[in-house]
Design a protein around this ligand. Structure first.
Ligand code: ATP
Ligand code: MG
Length: 227
């Protein structure tokens, strides 16, 4: 059954070396296939290459060698990477990366700016996304007035705004207490189940691993276990 599902991510000998000459081999020949609707946890020690992998999958950085296909697009050949990023992937980072001077609502509206919709429709869509992620009613608060968990909900709503095929989350609960961690992981899992969005979540947390269909363990830039 699962084998018939669409492939969302495919990497071939994906390699990233930082620096010139004898640089840091952060990722070393990774071959990975991820199918539509999977919820994959990426684990591994600090410095093993997890963020490097996510950055390459999200076209935030380019590989030294190897190939990376996301939603059928070969990232080495995509002309407009900005467009790829805004249409195909959503990012959630450890430090939410919200704009501190904008309200929760305005932060979620940002990715919707490119859509051809009225201001009122954009505002309504952002509010709807915040409801979807269980954000509550602090729509007009700025990030500094929100808890860590609330900020991450805003970041998740923002990541969902353009209905991406793939959400890449790099330690989305890294700064949260254990209760908020469980809540955010439950939310990601629920979004995955209800909307079929594919998730790749870097986590050090057992709750993250429990939520996953599959755990990919990275060590020294290589996939050591995939189960
Ligand atoms: N911009 C960079 N320039 C040079 N080296 C880098 C750069 N980014 C990462 N590295 C190196 O690449 C290796 C992999 O780093 P990466 O950030 O992918 O690890 P990680 O698994 O995400 O670690 P952590 O769990 O601490 O976030 C490390 O040795 C790191 O020092
Ligand atoms: Mg990292």
């Amino acid at each position: 059954m699962v084998d018939e599902k669409k492939i969302v991510v495919e990497t071939h000998e994906l390699t990233k070396i930082y620096g010139d000459g004898v640089g840091v081999r952060a990722l070393d020949g990774v071959n990975l296939t991820i199918r539509a609707g999977e919820f994959v946890a990426v684990m591994g020690p600090s410095g093993s290459g997890k963020s490097t992998l996510l950055n390459l999958l999200g076209a935030l950085d380019r590989p030294t060698s190897g190939a990376c296909l996301v939603a059928g697009q070969d990232l080495g050949k995509v002309k407009d990477l900005d467009r790829f990023r805004s249409k195909t992937v959503g990012f959630v980072f450890q430090l939410h990366n919200l704009i501190p001077t904008l309200t929760a609502l305005e932060n979620v509206e940002i990715p919707l700016q490119e859509e051809n919709m009225s201001d009122a429709a954009r505002r309504a869509r952002a509010a709807q996304l915040l409801t979807l992620v269980g954000f509550g009613d602090r729509l007009h608060f700025v990030p500094g007035q929100l808890s860590g968990g609330q900020r991450q909900r805003v970041a998740i709503a923002r990541a969902l705004a353009n209905n991406p095929t793939l959400i890449l989350a790099d330690e989305p609960t890294g700064n949260l207490d254990s209760k908020s961690t469980d809540e955010i992981m439950d939310l990601l899992r629920q979004l995955n189940r209800e909307h079929g969005t594919t998730f790749i979540v870097v986590t050090h947390n057992p709750a993250g691993a429990r939520a996953a269909d599959r755990i990919v363990t990275v060590r020294d830039g290589r996939v050591k276990r995939d189960e």
